[in-house]
Write a protein that binds this ligand. Structure first.
Ligand code: SF4
Length: 700
C-alpha cells in the first residue's frame, strides 16, 4: 500500500511516497507528481524509513513524579493530564496566566500549532506561546512585515527557473535545502546567462558553485548590501518608476548608502571593491533577480536589519511582484510557515492578524469563544528561559523540541529548567536532555503516525497522511493538547479529527490576505498541495506569486525601503576571546539529531562534532589537523577535533549545532559557547557571532 506524505525535515517540503508491504516493511521514495521535488529526495529524506524502523528510543507511556527528588513512574494519560491541569490551575490562580508557558516547534503540524495557540492565547489568557521558529525565522517575519506590510513570502520555487540572477546571502542551500539547490543547478544548466552570487564567510558547497563568492567578514552583511545598493544607484541600475510609484523611503536610503564609499565598505567586509562592483553589475544587468537567505542573516543581533538591507536590493531595482524576482526567505523547519499562519509565536495572532490591534483581538476572541486575549506579546523562546531562571515563569511545557541542545548558552538554559517549579516534556524520543528535568513526560506520535498539514517555504500546504499506529500509548500532539484543555475545564477542544481542527483554522483565515477558507483535508487529498491564498473559484492550485499588482500590505500600499546604519551589534572580540565562532548545519544531519542520529548511513558523511579552523589560526596556537582542541567562550567550553581548512576565513571558526545529546558529557555541544544576545525586534538569537578562544587540549 502507498501513502502520500511530506518530508518532516526542512522547509523545502518535498512530497514523499511511503510504501508498506504485506509484512509491514516500510520504504520511502520521492513523489514524482509533487511539484516541489518531482521525485527527488536528499540524503535525509531518502533515509526517513530508517527512523521509523528503529523505535528503540521511543517514549511509550506517560510518566510522572511528585517531587524532584523522587523517581518518575509510569502513569495513565488521565493521571498525567489531571496532575498537569491541577498544577497549571494552581499556578495561574496564584501568580496569574503569565506564570505558565508553552514552548513548541516548527516541526509541529498546523493542527497542533493551532490548538496550542488557541488554548494559550484564547483560554489560559497569556501570549506565552513561542516556538523554536523564533531561533530561525523570526527576523524574516519582522522584516517582511516592516518592508512589505505583511509576513508574506512573495515568490515560488518556479521563480528559480525564471531568475537571471540569484543572490544567496548567508545560506548554504546545497546542504540545508538540497532540493531547492538542485533546481538552481538545473536552472543554470538550462540558462548559461543565470548568474549566482553567494555571500558567506565560509567556502561552502553552495559557494563553490557561485559565479561570485563574496567571502565577507562575519557580521558585515549590511555594509555589503548597502554598498551594492550604492553601486546600483551610481550605475543607474535602479527602477525609478517602481521607486516613485510603489515604494517609500528611497531618498533617505540613497543618503544612507552614500554615507560610506565602496572602498570603505570593502575594507569593513574584507572584500575587494571590484567584487562588490561585480555583484552590483550582475544584479543590475539581470532582468529578473531573486534574493535567497536563511540563518546567516536571520540569526544575528541585527538580523532584522540584515534582512531589510537585502530586501532593499529587490525594492530599489523593482525586482519584486514579477516572475523570477523577489525576496525569498528559505524557511528552515518543515512547518515554520504553518506556525506563522496560525499565529504561533508570542507576538502573533491567527491569519496574520495583529496582536496590538483591538479589533483583531476581539474578532479572534469571539471566534474562539474563550476569554480575553492579552494585548501584550508573551515571552519569546530565550525570554522564557530567562524568566524561568529568575523565577517570573513557574512552569513550562516543552513540545516537540530539544532546547538544551538548540538554545544559545545551553548551560544557562539547563539551569533555568533546574529552577523551574514544573516542567512538562512532550516528545517522541527518550533522548532530549530536558526529560531529565521533567515532572511529567508525555509520549507523542511521530511522522507517519498522525494526519495533518504542513506549509513549506513557498506557502504550499500539503497533507501528511497517517501510515501506521504510534507505538505504546503515544498520542498525536493535537490530541494531547485537546485532552489537557478539557481537563482544564475549557470548552471548544472536542474535535473529532485533525480535519475538523483544520477546518476551524481555515475558517479563521476567511477574508484575510492568507485566505485558505476553501481548503480542507479532502481538497488537499485531491490536489496534493495548494499555495495560499487559495480561493476555490480560481479552481487551480492557489497563488504562486504575491504583489503582482505592486500593491503592498502597508497603509500606503507602498513597499518601505528602510534606512539604518550598518553597525554590527554582536559580542565584542578581545585578546582573551579573539575569534568569531559561527554555528550551522552539516549535510546529513537534522537539528539535534533525534531522528537523523538514528540512521547509521547518515553518519558516514560526518561522524562526530568538529571545529573548522583556518590553518594560520591553528598554527598560531600549535594546533594540528585532528588534534582535540578546547574552545572557550564567556559562557562555557567544548572539546572537539580540529579540522584545518582554507575554506574558512582567517579569524573565524565553525562548529555544527547538531551534537550535545549525550547525557554524561556536553562537551560536543556548540551552544555551550554561543551568546545570549538577540535582535531587539525579532528576539532571534545571534548564533553566528560568538567570541571564542581555542587551544590545543593538553591530555592527548
Ligand atoms: Fe526533506 Fe528538505 Fe531533503 Fe526535501 S530537501 S527531502 S524536505 S530534508
Amino acid at each position: 500500500m502507498t501513502f502520500k506524505t511530506t518530508c518532516c525535515y526542512c522547509g523545502v517540503g518535498c512530497g514523499i511516497l511511503v510504501d508498506q508491504d504485506r509484512q509491514g516493511r516500510l520504504t520511502v521514495k520521492g513523489d514524482p507528481e509533487h511539484p516541489v521535488n518531482k521525485g527527488m529526495l536528499c540524503s535525509k529524506g531518502m533515509n526517513l524509513h530508517h527512523t521509523l524502523i528503529d523505535q528503540s528510543d521511543r517514549l511509550l507511556y506517560p510518566e510522572m513524579r511528585y517531587a524532584r527528588n523522587l523517581p518518575k513512574h509510569r502513569v495513565t494519560w488521565n493521571t498525567a493530564l489531571e496532575r498537569t491541569a491541577a498544577v497549571f490551575t494552581t499556578l495561574i490562580k496564584k501568580y496569574g496566566p503569565d506564570s505558565v508557558a508553552f514552548y513548541a516547534s516548527g516541526q509541529c503540524l498546523t493542527e497542533e500549532y493551532y490548538v496550542v495557540n488557541k488554548l494559550m492565547k484564547g483560554f489560559i489568557g497569556s501570549n506565552n506561546l513561542d516556538t523554536n521558529s523564533r531561533l530561525c525565522m523570526s527576523s524574516a517575519v519582522a522584516a517582511y512585515k516592516m518592508s512589505l506590510g505583511e509576513d508574506t513570502v512573495p515568490v515560488a520555487y518556479d521563480d528559480i527557473e525564471l531568475a537571471e540572477c540569484i543572490f544567496v546571502a548567508g545560506a548554504n542551500p546545497a546542504w540545508c535545502h538540497p532540493i531547492i539547490w538542485r533546481r538552481v543547478e538545473a536552472a543554470r544548466l538550462a540558462n548559461p546567462d543565470l548568474r549566482i552570487i553567494v555571500s558567506d564567510p565560509r567556502i561552502t558547497q553552495t559557494a563553490t558553485m557561485a559565479d561570485l563568492h563574496l567571502q565577507l567578514n562575519p557580521g558585515t552583511d549590511i555594509t555589503l548590501h548597502h554598498a551594492i545598493g550604492r553601486c546600483l544607484i551610481e550605475n543607474g541600475d535602479i527602477d525609478r518608476s517602481f521607486i516613485e510609484n510603489h515604494s517609500e523611503g528611497f531618498e533617505e536610503y540613497r543618503e544612507n548608502v552614500f554615507a560610506r564609499t565602496v572602498e570603505e565598505a570593502a575594507a569593513i567586509c574584507g572584500l575587494g571593491t571590484d567584487e562588490i562592483r561585480e555583484a552590483a553589475a550582475m544584479i543590475g544587468k539581470a532582468r529578473s533577480f531573486l534574493t535567497m537567505w536563511t540563518m546567516g542573516l536571520n540569526q544575528s543581533s541585527v538580523g532584522v536589519q540584515k534582512n531589510l538591507s537585502l530586501i532593499n536590493l529587490n525594492l530599489v531595482t523593482g525586482q519584486i511582484g514579477k516572475p523570477g524576482s523577489g525576496p525569498f526567505s528559505l524557511t528552515g523547519q518543515p512547518n515554520a510557515m504553518g506556525g506563522r499562519e496560525v499565529g504561533g509565536l508570542s507576538n502573533l495572532l491567527p491569519a496574520h492578524r495583529d496582536l496590538s490591534n483591538a479589533r483583531h483581538r476581539e474578532y479572534v476572541e469571539k471566534f474562539w469563544g474563550g476569554g480575553k486575549i492579552a494585548s501584550t506579546p508573551g515571552l519569546t523562546a530565550t525570554e522564557m528561559f530567562d524568566a524561568l531562571h529568575d523565577g517570573r515563569l513557574k512552569a513550562i511545557w516543552i513540545m516537540c523540541t530539544n532546547p538544551l541542545v538548540s538554545l544559545p548558552d545551553a548551560r544557562f538554559a539547563e539551569e533555568a529548567l533546574r529552577r523551574a517549579k514544573f516542567v512538562v516534556v512532550q516528545d517522541i524520543s527518550n533522548k532530549p536532555q530536558s526529560l531529565g528535568f521533567a515532572d511529567v513526560i508525555l509520549p507523542a506520535a511521530g511522522w507517519t503516525e498522525k494526519t495533518g498539514t504542513m506549509t513549506n517555504a513557498e506557502r504550499r500546504i500539503s497533507l501528511l497522511e497517517k501510515v501506521m499506529e504510534p507505538p505504546g500509548e503515544a498520542l498525536p500532539d493535537s490530541e494531547i493538547i485537546c485532552r489537557f484543555a478539557a481537563k482544564m475545564g475549557f470548552e471548544g477542544f472536542d474535535y473529532t479529527s485533525p480535519a475538523e481542527i483544520y477546518r476551524e483554522h481555515a475558517a479563521l483565515t476567511k477574508g484575510t490576505n492568507i485566505d485558505i477558507s476553501a481548503v480542507d483535508h479532502e481538497l488537499l487529498r485531491e490536489k496534493r498541495s495548494v499555495q495560499w491564498p487559495y480561493l476555490r473559484h480560481l479552481d487551480g492550485y492557489g497563488t504562486a506569486r504575491i504583489f503582482l499588482d505592486k500593491k503592498f500590505s502597508t497603509p500606503s500600499a507602498k513597499a518601505v525601503i528602510h534606512s539604518f546604519p550598518d553597525h554590527n551589534k554582536s559580542e565584542t572580540l578581545t585578546t582573551e576571546y579573539p575569534l568569531v565562532l559561527t554555528t550551522g548545519r552539516i549535510r546529513d544531519q537534522w537539528h539535534t539529531m533525534s531522528k537523523t542520529g538514528k540512521v547509521s548511513r547518515l553518519k558516514q558523511h560526518v561522524r562526530d562534532a568538529f571545529l573548522e579552523i583556518h590553518p594560520d589560526d591553528a598554527a598560531e596556537r600549535g594546533i594540528l589537523d585532528n588534534n582535540i582542541v578546547e574552545v572557550t567562550s564567556r559562557r562555557g567550553n567544548v572539546r572537539v577535533k580540529a579540522k584545518l581548512t582554507h575554506s574558512i576565513k582567517k579569524g573565524v571558526v565553525f562548529m555544527p549545532m547538531h551534537w550535545g545529546q549525550v547525557l554524561n558529557s556536553d562537551l560536543n555541544r556548540a551552544n555551550n559557547l554561543t551568546n545570549n544576545l538577540v535582535d531587539p525586534i525579532s528576539k532571534e538569537p545571534d548564533f553566528k557571532y560568538s567570541a571564542v578562544q581555542i587551544c590545543r587540549f593538553a591530555k592527548q
